[in-house]
Design a protein around this ligand. Structure first.
Ligand code: AP5
Ligand code: MG
Length: 188
């Protein structure tokens, strides 16, 4: 199994690029944000607990997403691998993923990081707010908290994957197609 990670700040284009990548490499796309929004839409206990944190732009507890990832790995076996989007997002999550994969003698294949400036994040998320109606896209202070959370809690993962020789950066600016070709160039 291949385990690719599409990495980057909020609004970088992870979800947008994920479908083409998963199609090309026959991967199951797992977005922890999408899984959480599904729980919220269905009004499950987990969804109710998560919504306050998500709508404020904070991360949900590590154990919550770790459990979701393990369940998705178990549920999808008829693929060549997985494309993780929005996970891992803390060093603890990255270490938990290592352990989970290590138990099966597997490991992360590659991490592709989309680079965009914070100003572009606001533009893209404000634009999407009018289309998708995500609660966490609607307020500038929530977007600001998501960006700050990314810099503080998620960016430290970069050195973790750099040290493992698995980390590549791609310019996230330009058209969707241009960014896609850059990603394919890195993944081969
Ligand atoms: P999540 O859903 O993962 O949100 P995010 O990381 O904030 O990322 P987004 O989905 O906002 O951005 P994206 O990179 O997918 O961009 P997109 O392709 O849509 O997480 C939401 C919340 O859930 C978190 O805040 C947290 O609370 C919780 N959560 C999730 N995972 C967690 C975890 N592991 N641990 C703890 N908590 C977790 O693009 C954005 C917009 O830009 C779109 O409108 C798109 O059309 C447009 N666009 C894309 N590419 C281009 C381009 N090249 N040019 C112009 N426009 C573009
Ligand atoms: Mg997304």
């Amino acid at each position: 199994m291949k385990y690719y990670i599409i990495f980057g700040p909020p609004g970088a284009g992870k979800g947008t690029q994920a479908s083409a990548i998963s199609q090309k490499y026959n991967l199951k796309h797992i977005s922890t944000g999408e899984l959480l929004r599904k729980e919220m839409a269905e009004g499950t206990e987990l969804g109710k607990k998560a919504s306050e944190l998500i709508d404020a732009g904070c991360l949900v507890p590590d154990e919550v997403v770790e459990g979701m990832i393990e369940a998705e790995f178990a549920r999808n076996r008829d693929v060549d691998g997985f494309l993780l989007d929005g996970y891992p997002r803390t060093l603890a999550q990255a270490e938990s993923l290592e352990q989970l994969l290590g138990k099966r003698q597997e490991c992360v294949t590659a991490v592709v990081s989309l680079i965009i400036p914070d100003g572009t994040i606001y533009e893209r998320i404000r634009h999407r707010a009018g289309i998708e109606g995500r609660e966490d896209d609607c307020k500038d202070e929530v977007i600001a908290n998501r960006i700050a959370t990314y810099h503080k809690k998620t960016e430290p993962i970069i050195s973790f994957y750099k040290a493992a020789g698995k980390y590549s950066e791609v310019d996230g600016l330009g058209t969707v197609e241009e960014v896609r070709e850059r990603i394919f160039g890195v993944l081969g």
